[in-house]
Design a protein around this ligand. Structure first.
Ligand code: MG
Length: 230
């Protein structure tokens, strides 16, 4: 008898592309600020500003946009003109309209797993933006439960997974070791890391390679095989 009953999935850069839109926005910001600072300085300043801002504003595009505005003011010594600031705002606003594109092979794996397991989407970020992406992608085909949370801590996974069964019958799959896998394993469930090609610096963490409930997979198809072998 299979042990796993519930599978939690991260969304951004696990099911669909996300980091690339933040990268494109940063590229546009670097062009806008090129007379004040070189690219590396802009990138470092944005990262530091985000590190501060996620604490009070959370994850996602709105917090990122305010970070870009603060960086623009700071690196220009307050000299950035209003028109350029309006451009910074529209870089952020345009991100809110980005398309939802599934990563290769994702829909096949969801189709296959959804007939045998209870699938739960567990994502953090802007509520409205995540709701938009959930609606656009028609995830209801495979997921009966969608959880949009402000932070992914062990208690977050305990609360969600205990509603559907016990922790040992639950597994979490995601591209962030720090947010998706480590806290889920610490909470008592299984965790499978499926890396995306780029990891945001604030999501970097050491893998728990020696832990019996921690796994690495190269893609969702391999993660699915692991789930079936547990
Ligand atoms: Mg992610």
């Amino acid at each position: 008898m299979k042990q796993i009953k519930t599978i939690g999935f991260d969304a951004d850069d696990t099911l669909w592309y996300n980091e690339r839109f933040f990268g494109e926005a940063q590229t546009a910001l670097k062009v806008l600020l090129q007379k004040y600072a070189d690219e590396k300085v802009v990138a470092d300043a944005v990262l530091e500003m985000q590190r501060e801002n996620v604490v009070t504003m959370g994850y996602g595009i709105k917090s990122f946009t305010i970070s870009m505005m603060e960086v623009a003011l700071c690196l220009s010594n307050g000299k950035l003109d209003a028109k350029s600031m309006a451009e910074v705002i529209s870089i952020g606003r345009n991100m809110m309209a980005h398309p939802v594109d599934f990563l290769p092979g994702v829909t096949d794996v969801l189709e296959e797993l959804s007939s045998d397991y209870e699938l739960v989407l567990i994502t953090k970020g802007d509520l409205i933006d995540q709701e938009r992406k959930v609606n656009m992608s028609d995830l209801g085909r495979w997921f009966k439960h969608i959880e949009i949370v402000s932070e992914k801590q062990p208690a977050t996974y305990q609360t969600i997974f205990n509603r559907f069964g016990n922790m040992k019958q639950s597994a979490m799959i995601g591209n962030s070791i720090k947010s998706d896998v480590v806290p889920a394993v610490l909470a008592g469930s299984w965790g499978i890391h499926v890396p995306y090609e780029v990891t945001w610096e604030l999501e970097l963490a050491e893998p728990m390679t020696d832990h019996e409930r921690y796994f690495e997979a190269k893609d969702l198809a391999q993660a699915s095989d692991i789930i079936r072998s547990i």
